[in-house]
Design a protein around this ligand. Sequence first.
Ligand code: PXP
Length: 237
Amino acid sequence: MLLGVNIDHVATLRNARGEESPNIIEAAKICIESGANGITAHLREDRRHISDVDIFALKAEGFRLNMEMAATYEMKKIALELLPDCCCIVPENRQEITTEGGLNVASNIENMRNFVEPLIDAGINVSLFIDPDKAQVSAAADIGVKYIELHTGAYSRAFGTNNENSEFNKLKQASSLAHLLDLNVNAGHGLNYQNVKRMLEIQGINELNIGHSIISRALFTGLDNAVKEMLNLVNKN
Ligand code: PXP
């Protein structure tokens, strides 16, 4: 399983002082040198953490870059100029603290197809961030993307409670259906050093995108160790 490290919260910390530290390029370098397979960054409409300068600087450094973005005209224009390796299309609203739910692609097939087509034509691996729901998975396949990212937030929140298994089974079933439909399956949101272990029970997950837990642990152990510890868990067979 590949690990993409989401470095948004390094930028959150930097922006708390409005200066250059901690430097996100330095953080991204440490993640990659510690074995991460790519860098994920969410350029939000309100630019609350990652800035336009950041995203272009990450690309210029040659990191394998997954740009998370809302399905807006502004973001599409930036993505077509940036040409990241991957774009993960996420829902976004201004009030949310973090991405709350998956995209509703099932009721937006035509619009979503029109939105992603130019990105795919430009050679970007486009994925749709969706809840582990069969209708959403089928719709993603209809739209013509090759990747989905399953929202693991509900499973992560349910971890250790009576609902853990039912939320986990939704991920497992959505992933099986996606594979039948020839979709590559990524997953992320809310994963940490405990709940990530069950991701290994799901066959064929391509990549996990993890941010908050790694950046939080880095405060205590250093970013290199935080990334390596997560890689150890993710790559256990
Ligand atoms: N994947 C997607 C699509 C996200 O929006 C986020 C949060 O920015 C993540 C993964 C990472 O989530 P977390 O920071 O909870 O690990």
